[in-house]
Design a protein around this ligand. Structure first.
Ligand SMILES: Nc1ncnc2c1ncn2[C@@H]1O[C@H](COP(=O)(O)OP(=O)(O)O)[C@@H](O)[C@H]1O
Ligand SMILES: [Mg+2]
Length: 237
């Protein structure tokens, strides 16, 4: 089978934080390719650099050195305005603690990415309802976040990540704050999105969660130490 097109590539991506007089090397020469419809997990112990990598790939932070290519364009050194454009038009981000705005309804929370986008969106409410429908939360569109369970909040935040029809969804420990039942629900939802063609990159430190993806990228001390398909990934090929 021919390989799918590459969405995202990093070359010798490195990030060093300066803490007082000390350098913390959070990423060391990371080479990575994410292809269309990948369902990849970044797995590693706490402090191994997973969030740093996700924040850089998600246009929320910039590398110290190395290259990032997104849909064929070199985005390693783009301005913060351009990064904001990528965030609101090309990717979706899911956080461990949901990051929903407490005063806004579920529907308005899902519409938020449109307010950051300078482009005119046709029928924004309809698009938001469509995203809520996908995650099974349309019946809660008029609730506010604190009227929902943790699992429901995470599904709303996934709807918010989907609303701009992103090329990639990045999820940093999306199941970390959920109980077993809701972990299962979120993973089932990701499965369904991947079957529908979505590309997902998820961070976890939980091997059980990682094995639900198609590919596991293992990190240790800021470097990739292994990158392999899971049994599910092999079956899906
Ligand atoms: N803003 C920061 N300033 C200084 N050091 C940081 C900062 N963010 C993360 N680090 C350090 O970088 C390393 C990687 O952190 P992180 O990417 O958050 O790891 P993970 O998500 O795998 O737990 C850790 O040693 C952490 O302490
Ligand atoms: Mg982290």
């Amino acid at each position: 089978m021919p390989e799918k097109p590459v969405i995202l590539e990093t070359q010798k991506l490195s990030k060093t934080y300066r803490l007082g007089n000390e350098d913390v090397r959070a990423l060391r020469d990371v080479d990575l390719k994410i292809r269309e419809n990948d369902y990849a997990v970044i797995l590693g112990a706490s402090g191994s650099g997973k969030s740093t990598l996700m924040h850089i790939l998600g246009f929320m932070d910039t590398p110290t050195s190395g290259k990032i290519i997104f849909d064929g364009a070199d985005v390693s050194r783009i301005s913060s305005n351009k990064r904001a454009w990528y965030r609101s038009n090309r990717i979706g981000f899911v956080f461990q603690t949901f990051n929903l705005l407490p005063r806004l309804s579920v529907l308005k929370n899902v519409m938020l990415p449109f307010s950051y986008s300078r482009e005119k969106i046709e029928n924004p409410e309809g698009r938001a309802r469509e995203a809520l429908e996908k995650v099974g939360m349309l019946h809660r569109q008029n609730h506010v976040p604190n009227q929902l369970s943790g699992g429901e909040r995470q599904r709303v935040s996934i709807a918010r990540a989907l609303v701009n029809r992103p090329r990639v969804i990045f999820a940093d420990e999306p199941t970390g704050a959920l109980d077993v039942k809701n972990v299962k629900k979120v993973l089932e939802l990701f499965d369904e999105l991947v079957r529908g063609g979505q590309t997902i990159v998820m961070v976890t430190h939980d091997l059980g969660v990682a094995n639900c993806a198609h590919r596991i990228i293992r990190m240790s001390d800021g470097a990739i130490i292994e990158d392999a398909l899971t049994q599910k990934g092999m079956a899906a090929q």
